[in-house]
Design a binder for this molecule. Structure first.
Ligand code: GDP
Length: 313
């Protein structure tokens, strides 16, 4: 991307979008196109079309999405499928109409089948049934991938799609009812320590295995792909290792300095038993993650504590 290119980061207030803006800024890109939800509702086709016409971006990162953890996905299936289908359709079709130079669509590792062989390779897409808890989100994201591929085939659009593994980092959603496991546990352990509670409840059996990638690594990977990759196939973004939810809880307990017990609530869903992406493709394209899990969790915890301090009252 040329330094003065107009770069639209859709979803710039979210976890990934904000990290993309930080990384673009760090690399000297100054001509960013950003819009709050109040300015353009990405679920509205006419609004998106007008916005594209007005701002004429050269490059687009689709980091906008309705996202949430295992409970939110299960509780709001209509919102998850509708919002994400509309956002993907409007932004991708609009980019075609506006003759955008290149677009990167962000999906998620939950597009892969529930029992895909581990680690999950790009070719495993659509090879089996989805995990029921997040199938609504997954179907919308798969539609987004297929839109990119279809516009490439029919119109020659340079639209690519990246599938990050579970992400975490500063700016994450710490609401216990809608968040993913990492921010939820940081908050639960922090509050338990503050309140001197004897225990922290962790959902599920603690056995599921997940891979966690710091969002700053993900942003760097997205910029890398924007620079070097022009293919139809999706590309995974991950770190190449996983751990159990129990192990994650223990790491967070130690970082937070909580002295009590960890209790597993097996009445809560586990979701897929394991979720890890194969990173052979992106590694071969010349990208590697930099942030170790413990270092990243510590930094995220520090961010959470200072954010809470700034927003109290
Ligand atoms: P997933 O990766 O799509 O399954 O989404 P999550 O990040 O929400 O959940 C990952 C795993 O962490 C699941 O097995 C959850 O049951 C487990 N987990 C344990 N405690 C929590 C919690 O407090 N919140 C969430 N969201 N998940 C939790």
């Amino acid at each position: 991307m040329e330094r003065d290119a107009r770069i639209y980061v859709a979803g710039h207030t979210g976890l990934v979008g904000a990290a993309l803006v930080r990384e673009l800024d760090r690399r000297g890109y100054r001509n960013l196109v950003l819009a709050e939800r109040a300015r353009v509702d990405l679920r509205e086709q006419a609004a998106v079309r007008d916005f594209y016409r007005e701002t004429r971006p050269d490059y687009v990162f689709v980091a906008a999405a309705k996202v949430g953890g295992i409970l939110a996905n299960d509780s709001y299936p209509a919102d998850f499928i509708y919002d994400n289908l509309m956002i993907a359709t409007n932004l991708i079709h609009g980019a075609y109409e506006q003759k955008v130079e290149k677009l990167l669509f962000l999906g998620s590792s939950c597009v892969y089948p529930k029992f895909a062989p581990q680690p999950m390779q790009e070719a495993d897409l659509l090879s089996g049934p989805l995990e029921p808890t997040n199938q609504w989100y997954a179907v919308a994201k798969i539609a987004g991938i297929k839109l990119c591929q279809a516009y490439r085939r029919q119109y020659g659009c340079n639209f690519i799609a990246a599938m990050p593994t579970n992400l975490y980092g500063p700016g994450d959603n710490f609401d216990l009812m809608t968040s993913h496991v990492m921010p939820a546990l940081l908050r639960k352990f922090h509050e338990a320590k503050q309140a001197d509670s004897p225990e922290v409840i962790v959902w599920g059996s603690g056995q599921p295995r997940r891979e966690f990638c710091h969002v700053d690594d993900c942003a760097a990977a997205c910029l890398h792909l924007m620079g070097v990759y022009d293919g139809e196939e999706i590309v995974n973004i991950g770190v190449g290792n996983d751990l159990s939810i129990r192990e994650l809880a223990e790491i967070i307990r130690d970082i937070v300095g909580f002295q009590g017990e960890i209790v597993f609530d097996t009445g809560r869903p586990d979701g897929p038993p394991i979720k890890r992406v194969d990173t052979g493709v992106i590694n071969a394209l010349g990208w590697q993650p930099r942030i170790e899990l413990e270092q990243g969790v510590r930094a995220t915890y520090d961010w959470y504590v200072s954010y809470k301090a700034d927003h109290r009252g």
